[in-house]
Design a protein around this ligand. Structure first.
Ligand SMILES: [Zn+2]
Length: 280
């Protein structure tokens, strides 16, 4: 079970890992907490009145297309996107949005899904949300709460038979090591690096590299990840940042997606190369 905040996050965080496990016969359920209603149109070619008029329907159709490309099942939790607040001071979050929900209450629907789908492994974001969008932080909170409650009969007694997932991971999408290695590899291959600015901005930020426990080799599935990303046409500019790094350079320089194991009810040797390590 991969828990994500918005439609498109499943295609930018851990997507190649998802595609790899699907190819190996694993059933994967992507849970999308919000409908992405407050997202902007980030692809200039899709920034049109007819798109804006139907944005909710369009984002659902995009999610359907990405789901088919990744080969996953997908469920909406039905919360309303909180938007990314901007300004100084930051404006209050909109009434009724996902990030303003009570954590225990909002974890309920996810507990129900865990008890229905019965995942062995759950992935979500770290306590900073991977990046500090209020919906990503809330996704982290309800994922941890649901993981800890789903197996306890006294918790949410009306939401299904208890089921305890065995491992909980955080997606570590970016680490200093990864950025630097990709940056060097791109320059060495004679291309312009989209990471130049990123490296400057990231100086002084805490490096998540030391938190990585698990590196899943999935370079073969990077093209599937990119196809799923492009299916979110309003969110992803096909001429933008994500697609500037030549595929072959990415596959050679950093062939893994990386995770931090934060809860485990089984034994596995560290570092891991498989999210299911230790599970019979
Ligand atoms: Zn998101």
């Amino acid at each position: 079970m991969a828990v994500h905040a918005h439609p498109d996050d499943e295609s930018s965080k851990g997507a190649a890992t998802t595609a790899k496990y699907v190819a190996e016969g694993v059933d994967v359920l992507v849970v999308t907490c919000t409908g992405g209603e407050r997202g902007s149109v980030l692809n200039p070619k899709m920034d049109r009145p007819d798109v804006w008029a139907n944005i909710a329907d369009i984002r659902r159709a995009e999610m359907d297309a990405a789901r088919a490309i990744l080969g996953v099942e997908q469920a909406w939790l039905g919360f309303v996107d909180s938007g990314l607040p901007e300004g100084d001071p930051l404006p209050p979050l909109p009434e009724g949005c996902f990030a303003r929900q009570d954590v225990d209450e909002a974890a309920g629907p996810l507990v129900r899904l865990m008890r229905e789908f019965r995942p062995h492994v759950v992935t979500t974001y770290d306590e900073e949300g991977g990046y500090p969008h209020p919906d990503h932080i809330m996704t982290h909170k309800i994922s941890v709460a649901a993981f800890d409650a789903a197996g306890v009969p006294e918790r949410y007694p009306d939401l299904g038979e208890p089921w305890q997932p065995l491992k909980l991971y955080y997606d570590i999408v970016f680490s200093k090591g990864k950025i630097l290695v990709l940056h060097e590899a791109i320059l060495a291959a004679g291309f312009e690096s989209p990471y130049e600015e990123w490296i400057k901005r990231g100086e002084g930020r805490t490096d998540k590299g030391p938190r990585i426990t698990t590196r899943v080799d999935c370079a073969e599935y990077f093209p599937v990840r990119d196809d799923a990303l492009r299916a979110h046409a309003t969110q992803i500019d096909p001429d933008g940042f994500w697609f500037q790094v030549p595929m072959e350079v990415q596959q050679r320089a950093w062939p893994t997606e990386d995770f931090q194991l934060v809860r485990s009810l089984v034994d596995s040797a560290m570092p891991e190369s498989d999210l299911f390590a230790g599970i019979a």
